[in-house]
Ligand binder design. Structure first.
Ligand SMILES: CCCCCCCCCC(=O)SCCNC(=O)CCNC(=O)[C@H](O)C(C)(C)COP(=O)(O)OP(=O)(O)OC[C@H]1O[C@@H](n2cnc3c(N)ncnc32)[C@H](O)[C@@H]1OP(=O)(O)O
Length: 255
């Protein structure tokens, strides 16, 4: 076929030659009917999902002025991208947060078809803004640490007027797990130890500081503490161990 086309093209290239002349009749007919079924290139999205994922860690109207202020503080320390591609190198990075994290990881589109197609990251699955977990994670890769700004909504009540210990544990697991995953790749929580030091009132805005302690073979150890935004009050301290896993582990494989 290529030889046939080359012979017909000669030295003049495509100039003055119609597709009908260039290709055998039958091939041209097939090609034309295939082209007819293809949408114009301008309407084809290169994004492989039906819509752009929503980043749940963007400011919204439920945020208190304190939450917004701390967010602005860390956001100003983050890497920036400019239109000419010359971003400013800064130590911090804001991590986006989706309600289906697996879908947006490398290769996650395939994984998400296999693993509980309707599953959602439960810290991001309540539609009402501000009702439960409002949070943003900023990571400092060089210092191997991160800070999460967390506003605890009214549906997280445990002791009257205060945040449920399980909700605090959820956030510590999420933030330390995010850091461990950022540093070590796919992991699962093997151990989480929490000391609750002071009750946390509902609607509090707190910081969850987490840092790498050490990595030993497949084990990533993270320390964490939860404080008020001015860091004068300590709410919670924790240590966590994450074990690196292969994707097969999620399907019951031990390899
Ligand atoms: C973007 C959004 C990100 C959101 C982040 C969310 C993070 C949330 C993460 C989770 O909550 S995961 C859910 C809760 N975790 C689990 O369900 C894990 C259940 N447990 C397991 O699947 C397995 O036990 C585990 C993967 C943790 C370990 O099993 P393996 O067979 O892969 O490892 P193995 O038992 O060979 O242990 C490897 C090493 O870890 C050590 N280890 C394992 N479990 C341990 C443990 N519990 N305590 C102390 N050490 C432990 C073990 O001694 C050994 O140490 P050495 O290398 O020194 O020999």
């Amino acid at each position: 076929m290529l030889g046939h086309i080359a012979r017909r093209l000669g030295s003049n290239g495509l100039k003055g030659i119609s597709p009908q002349q260039l290709l055998p009749k039958e091939t041209h007919r097939h090609l034309q009917s295939s082209l007819d079924t293809i949408r114009p290139i301008s309407t084809v999205s290169l994004w492989p999902f039906s819509s752009q994922p929503r980043d749940f860690s963007q400011p919204n109207s439920s945020w208190s002025p304190e939450m917004q202020k701390v967010y602005d503080h860390y956001y100003a320390l983050c890497d920036t991208d400019t239109e000419n591609g010359e971003g400013k190198k800064r130590p911090w990075r804001k991590l986006p947060s989706y309600n289906r994290s697996i879908k947006y990881a490398t290769g996650g589109i395939h994984l998400s078809k296999l693993i509980q197609a309707k599953a959602r990251l439960f810290t991001r699955n309540v539609k009402e803004q501000g009702a439960t977990f409002e949070y943003v994670v900023f990571v400092n890769k060089e210092e191997k640490r991160c800070v999460c700004v967390f506003q605890a909504g009214r549906l997280l009540e445990g002791a009257p007027g205060h945040v449920h210990g399980g909700a605090i544990a959820t956030m510590i697991d999420t933030v330390t797990g995010t850091l461990a995953g950022f540093l070590s790749g796919p992991i699962m929580t093997a151990n989480l130890n929490i000391d609750y030091r002071s009750p946390m009132p509902l609607d509090s805005v707190v910081l969850i500081h987490s840092a790498l302690d050490r990595i030993e073979r497949r084990k990533t150890y993270i320390t964490s503490k939860v404080t008020s935004t001015d860091e004068s009050k300590l709410y919670t301290e924790a240590t966590a161990l994450f074990v690196s896993i292969s994707v097969g582990h999620l399907f019951g494989s031990r390899n």
